[in-house]
Design a protein around this ligand. Structure first.
Ligand code: FUB
Ligand code: ZN
Length: 648
C-alpha cells in the first residue's frame, strides 16, 4: 500500500526537531564515548556496566579497525542499531547530507564487522567466537539481529540505499539457515523477542516468503519446548554471557506454554510486547485467526487489568515484569519507557487486524504520557523507569526503590530506552493513520498530511489541529478516485463529539469507537469537534493502591502534582470531589503546557514532639493544588511527584 504522511503539528514537530537536532547528535557522541556525561546505573546493582557506552568501539574492534575487548551489555550493539533507525526516519522529514554520510559509514563498519557467513554480533565475534547461538536464553544475538534488520529496512526506505539492506539480508539468510526444524538446525528461540519483528519487516520489504515463515517459526516454537533454554546450556552452553537470567521463571521469557495458549501478559514487559507485536503483524499479514485471537486475549489482559493510567506497563522491578491482575503499585512499579513504546508497536499491528479504537486509545495513552515522560524537555536526559509516585528521599534510602529515579539521568548503564525514544518519535508518522483496502483510520490527532496513491485510490487528507488545546480538528480531503470511508477515532475519554461534513452536521454512528464519514470524489471538509475538559478518574476498586484517590486528565494527558508547585509531602494533599478543575495554558512553562488548578486541602503536619502515633487525625487547611501534565515532570530539579491524589 503506497502512502506517505508528513507531520506539521506544533507539539510534535518540537519533539521531532529535538530528535533530529539534539538527540541524534547527542546520542552519537555518547555511543562514541565523547560526551562529557555521567552514566548512571538504572538501579543499585554494581554489575551494571556504566563507565562508558563503547558501542561504536565494539564495532571497530569486531571489524578489525581497532584493538581491544568488548565492553557493555551483550546487547550493546542494539543501541547503535536503534540510533541508525532513528537517523533513517529523521532523514525522511529533514534531509541531512552529513548525517546520511555518517550513517553510511556506520553501515560500512557494520558490514565489515559481519562475518563471512552472515553472522553479526560484536560480543561473540570479539569475546566468544565459539559460543555463538549456544546460550540463547541470555545471548540476545537474535534480538540484536532483529534490531539491525529493522534499522537496515528503515534506511533502505529512507534513502533507497541497498548497502545496509545487503548486510541485513546476509544476516537474515544466515539465521534462516541456522534455525528451524531441519537436520542440523537449532530448534529454539531467543530469550528476548525482536528477531520476529525484524523478519516480518524484511518480508514486507522484500516479499520473500522465507522471512515471514521464519518469523512464524520463532513465534510458534516459543513455549513448545519449555526445557529448551536450560537444556541448551547444560548440553553445550559454554560460559555465561549474562548472568542471572536463568533464575527467572519461564514466563519471564514467554516460554511457559505455547504462544497460542498464552492468554495473559506475563513476564518481562518489553519482551511480551515485542512478541505480541510480531504475533499481531503475522496474524494481520497471514490472516491467521487463531493467532489474532491470542493477540486479542493478551491485549485485553494488558489494557483491562495490567496497565497504568499513564500507559505504563510492568508492575515490578524484579524481572522488569508484569505481576498479576490489578496489581498496580505507584511507587515501586517499573513502567519502562521501552515497554510503553512496545505497547504502541503492538497497538499499531492490532489496528491492522481490526478497526477498533480501543487500540488507538491505548496507543495515545502511552504516547502522550509514559513514552514522552521517558525524556527530558532538553532531549539529553532519560528515564528508564516511569513512576506514578516518586519521593526522592525514599529512592535514595530504600534499596527497593533505587530504580525509581526522581531526575532523568544523562545516560544509563543499560541504554535501551534513549535510542528507542528517538526512533519512535522520528517514526511517529507511521502511527497517525491506518490505511486499509477499504478504509482509512484516523488514530491520532496530529497535524499532518496523508497522501495515498495506489492505482485504485488517489487521496489526500490534510489534518489541521492544535490538539488538545483546541477541540476542533479539521480534515481537508481531496479524493480523486472512488468513494472512501474515513473513520475518525472518538477518544474513549470524551463524552461528546460532533462531526460535520462540508458544513453539515451528521449523525453518523460509531463503529467500534470510530465515527465514519463516507467521502465521495471531490474536495470535502470534515470537522470533528471533541469535548475536551479536565476530568477526574478512579481506578477499578480491585486496584488496592488507588482506593480513595483520583487522577486528573485533560484530553490525552494525565496530570500530576509536583513538589515544586505544591510543597513536598504530596500525600498530605486532598482534592475535593467537587472542586472546579481550572485549566489555563501557560506558554512559558515547561515548553507550553495547560496547568490545572483547583481549590484543595492540605493536612497539617504534627508538631515535632507529638510522636509517631496520635489519637487524633490531622487538622486540614485550604490549599490550592496545581497540576501539570505527567510527561513534563522532573524538568525542574529534584522533586516529589504523584499522579493519584487523595480525594477529600
Ligand atoms: O534486554 C534488552 C533490553 O534491556 C530490554 O528490552 C530492556 O528491558 C532492558 O532489560
Ligand atoms: Zn528500555
Amino acid at each position: 500500500m503506497d502512502f506517505k504522511v508528513r507531520i506539521f503539528d506544533g507539539f510534535w514537530n518540537r519533539y521531532r526537531r529535538l530528535v533530529k537536532q539534539t538527540m541524534i547528535p547527542y546520542q552519537w557522541d555518547v555511543l562514541n564515548d565523547r560526551a562529557d556525561i555521567s552514566i548512571e546505573r538504572e538501579r543499585n546493582d554494581a554489575s551494571i556496566p556504566n563507565e562508558k557506552s563503547h558501542a561504536m568501539e565494539n564495532f571497530r574492534i569486531a571489524a578489525g579497525r581497532a584493538q581491544g575487548k568488548h565492553y557493555g551489555w551483550v546487547f550493546q550493539d542494539s543501541d547503535v542499531y536503534k540510533w541508525l533507525e532513528a537517523v533513517s526516519y529523521s532523514l525522511c522529514y529533514e534531509w541531512d547530507d552529513e548525517l546520511k554520510e555518517t550513517a553510511d559509514s556506520v553501515f560500512d563498519l557494520i558490514s565489515e564487522a559481519q562475518e563471512e557467513d552472515g553472522y553479526l554480533n560484536t560480543y561473540f565475534s570479539i569475546m566468544n567466537p565459539s559460543g555463538k547461538y549456544r546460550r540463547l536464553v541470555e545471548s540476545h544475538e537474535l534480538y540484536c539481529a532483529g534490531h539491525f534488520i529493522e534499522a537496515a529496512a528503515a534506511y533502505h526506505q529512507a534513502t533507497g540505499s541497498s548497502k545496509a539492506l545487503g548486510t541485513a539480508i546476509k544476516l537474515a539468510d544466515h539465521i534462516c539457515r541456522t534455525f528451524g526444524t531441519g537436520e542440523g538446525q537449532i530448534r529454539g528461540v531467543d530469550g528476548h523477542e525482536e528477531i520476529e519483528i525484524g523478519l516480518m519487516r524484511l518480508y514486507h520489504l522484500t516479499g520473500k516468503r522465507e522471512y515471514m515463515d521464519k518469523a512464524a517459526f520463532f513465534l510458534k516454537e516459543r513455549g513448545k519446548d519449555p526445557g529448551f533454554f536450560e537444556r541448551q546450556i547444560r548440553e553445550d552452553g559454554g560460559d555465561p554471557v549474562l548472568t542471572g537470567l536463568l533464575s527467572f521463571p519461564l514466563k519471564y521469557f514467554q516460554v511457559h506454554r505455547p504462544v497460542t495458549e498464552q492468554d495473559t501478559a506475563e513476564g518481562h514487559a518489553v519482551r511480551l510486547v515485542y512478541m505480541s507485536t510480531a504475533l499481531a503483524d503475522l496474524a494481520a499479514t497471514s490472516g491467521d485467526e487463531a493467532l489474532a485471537e491470542t493477540c486479542r486475549k493478551i491485549w485485553s489482559n494488558i489494557a483491562g487489568r495490567r496497565m497504568y493510567i499513564t500507559g505504563g506497563i510492568g508492575s515490578t522491578v524484579t524481572g522488569e515484569a508484569f505481576t498479576l491482575d490489578y496489581d498496580l503499585p505507584n511507587d515501586t512499579m517499573y513502567c519502562e519507557t521501552c515497554a510503553s513504546i512496545g505497547l504502541m508497536f503492538f497497538a499499531r499491528q492490532m489496528l491492522r487486524i481490526e478497526s477498533k479504537a480501543e487500540y488507538a486509545d491505548v496507543m495515545e495513552r502511552a504516547l502522550y504520557n509514559t513514552v514522552i515522560a521517558g525524556m527530558a524537555l532538553d532531549g539529553r536526559h532519560f528515564f528508564y523507569v516511569n513512576p506514578l509516585e516518586a519521593v526522592p528521599g525514599k529512592s535514595l534510602n530504600d534499596p527497593g526503590k533505587s530504580h525509581v529515579k526522581a531526575v532523568r539521568p544523562q545516560w544509563l548503564g543499560c541504554a535501551c530506552c534513549p535510542p528507542n525514544l528517538a526512533r519512535l518519535i522520528a517514526s511517529l508518522d507511521r502511527y497517525i493513520y491506518t490505511v486499509k483496502d477499504d478504509e482509512v483510520l484516523v488514530n491520532l490527532f496530529i497535524g499532518s498530511e496523508l497522501k495515498i496513491e495506489d492505482g485504485r485510490r488517489s487521496l489526500s487528507i490534510r489534518q489541521d489541529s492544535d490538539y488538545p488545546k483546541n477541540p476542533v480538528i479539521t480534515f481537508d480531503v481531496e479524493n480523486r478516485a472512488e468513494p472512501v470511508a474515513v473513520k475518525i477515532r472518538i477518544p474513549s475519554w470524551t463524552d461528546r463529539y460532533t462531526l460535520s461534513v462540508d458544513g453539515k452536521e451528521t449523525e453518523a454512528d460509531a463503529e467500534y469507537g470510530y465515527v465514519r464519514a463516507d467521502v465521495s470524489a471531490g474536495k470535502h471538509t470534515i470537522s470533528f469537534e471533541l469535548e475536551i475538559i479536565p476530568k477526574r478518574w478512579y481506578s477499578n476498586p480491585k486496584v488496592s493502591e488507588n482506593i480513595g484517590k483520583t487522577a486528573v486528565t485533560y484530553g490525552p494527558f494525565v496530570y500530576c502534582a509536583e513538589g515544586v508547585d505544591n510543597g513536598e509531602d504530596l500525600h498530605l494533599l486532598e482534592l475535593p470531589a467537587h472542586s472546579f478543575l481550572d485549566l489555563k495554558w501557560d506558554d512559558e512553562l515547561l515548553g507550553g503546557v495547560g496547568v490545572i488548578e483547583a481549590e484543595g486541602i492540605r493536612l497539617q503536619e504534627a508538631e515535632e514532639d507529638d510522636g509517631l502515633y496520635l489519637s487524633e487525625g490531622p487538622r486540614k487547611a485550604p490549599r490550592k493544588i496545581k497540576l501539570i501534565p505527567y510527561y513534563a515532570w522532573a524538568n525542574r530539579g529534584v522533586n516529589e511527584m504523584r499522579v493519584w491524589i487523595n480525594e477529600a
